[in-house]
Write a protein that binds this ligand. Structure first.
Ligand code: NAI
Length: 329
């Protein structure tokens, strides 16, 4: 069993200047939480719309190199695939010894794309929560789960800093909050595994389910509302979190329970299990990381083509029409 922490001592970093490198999903949410908690936050960002947003919210925005020079804790809140380049150009040359570096995912350290010096603490605090949730939970007085890990423990206090930062961003010390002792490796494997297996399959399965219902004479509106647009999924997910993966089924009708239990397992075929094992193999041996790196270096050709296919699809078009009628767009 992993060790779980429900609280930490945020006073350990109370007087340190926290340089939030990036002001996107996680960066903006964590910076706002930290500032509301009375911590000293500056933002390091390239000159783009994210920098403008940070300024509008009254943060002082510096270039990334300048923020690294001033910060005592450097938080890597920019996309994983751009981090190696930004690290070698703007961060490493300005990273004095003893500064604490915090990663929000294990990706670049696990794959060795970033090799930090030995005289810095290198910590991971990876929220199991999208940025919006990080902020929303904080505003509502709730915590959220984080995986924590240590790559360099130069000061001997790296684990304490990980808990301290977890508390400072509002993850622990509140109901719903927990920090799980983990590692850069475990975070990377589990995070990518979800994305490459059920999470992606779920979206494509719903899209295909929509087409099959339409083929069978169901109206697009009824099909889409049944499959995802009604919000029922939110209630089910909430029940999964609160009651348990299968225990929540008791809240469905008995007809629904019987249907779930008889039909659900039929989709988990040997072929699907093989595919899931293949996904984890390609995560562990670096095949996926290499593919994603090459994709970025080539200017995202496959990524853009796939997005193009999706945005031109029947499901995208029909959804747009329904969401406009429902006033969601
Ligand atoms: P994001 O995509 O929202 O990042 C946007 C920020 O990156 C902006 O400030 C932008 O100016 C900056 N940026 C983009 N390209 C840049 C470049 N070429 N050079 C310099 N800055 C650039 O990032 P997100 O999603 O917040 O992810 C940040 C980290 O948090 C990643 O390590 C990610 O794995 C981790 N994470 C993200 C979660 C999420 O909710 N999105 C959940 C848990 C962890």
């Amino acid at each position: 069993m992993a060790r779980l922490y429900f609280d930490g001592n945020s006073e350990l970093i109370r007087d340190k200047i926290i340089a939030m490198i990036g002001f996107g999903n996680q960066g903006s949410a964590q910076a706002l939480n930290l500032r509301d908690g009375g911590f000293k936050v500056i933002v390091g960002n390239i000159e783009d719309e994210y920098a403008e947003r940070a300024r509008k919210l009254d943060f002082t925005v510096y270039s990334i190199s300048n923020a690294v020079k001033q910060g005592e804790i450097i938080v890597m809140a920019i996309p994983d695939e751009v981090q190696p380049e930004v690290w070698s150009r703007d961060i490493l040359p300005n990273l004095a010894p003893e500064k604490i570096v915090i990663f929000l995912s294990g990706y670049n350290i696990y794959y060795g794309f970033i090799k930090p010096p030995k005289d810095n603490d290198v910590i991971m605090v990876a929220p199991r929560m999208i940025g919006e949730g990080v902020r929303e939970n904080f505003v509502n007085g709730r915590g959220f789960p984080v995986l924590i890990g240590v790559a360099n423990n130069h000061s001997g206090k790296a684990w304490d800093y990980a808990l301290s930062y977890s508390k400072a961003i509002g993850a622990i010390g509140k109901p719903g909050g927990v920090a799980v002792e983990s590692s850069f490796e475990e975070e990377t494997i589990t995070d990518l595994f979800s994305e490459h297996t059920w999470a992606g399959a779920f979206l494509f399965m719903l899209a295909e389910g929509y087409r099959i219902l339409i083929e069978n004479g169901v109206s697009p509106e009824a099909a889409m509302l049944e499959l995802w647009a009604s919000g029922e999924l939110i209630a089910i997910t909430k029940a999964i979190v609160e009651k348990g993966l299968f225990a929540q089924l008791r809240g469905h009708s008995t007809t629904s329970q019987f249907g779930h239990l008889t039909w659900g397992p039929k989709y988990v075929t040997d072929e699907v299990k093989k595919l899931m094992r293949e996904a984890i193999r390609q995560i562990k041996d670096g095949t996926f990381a290499k593919e994603w790196l090459l994709e970025r270096l080539a200017g995202y050709p496959v990524f853009n083509r796939l997005w193009d296919e999706i945005t031109k699809s029947d499901v995208w078009r029909d959804e747009d029409r329904l969401y406009r009628l429902l006033g969601r767009r």
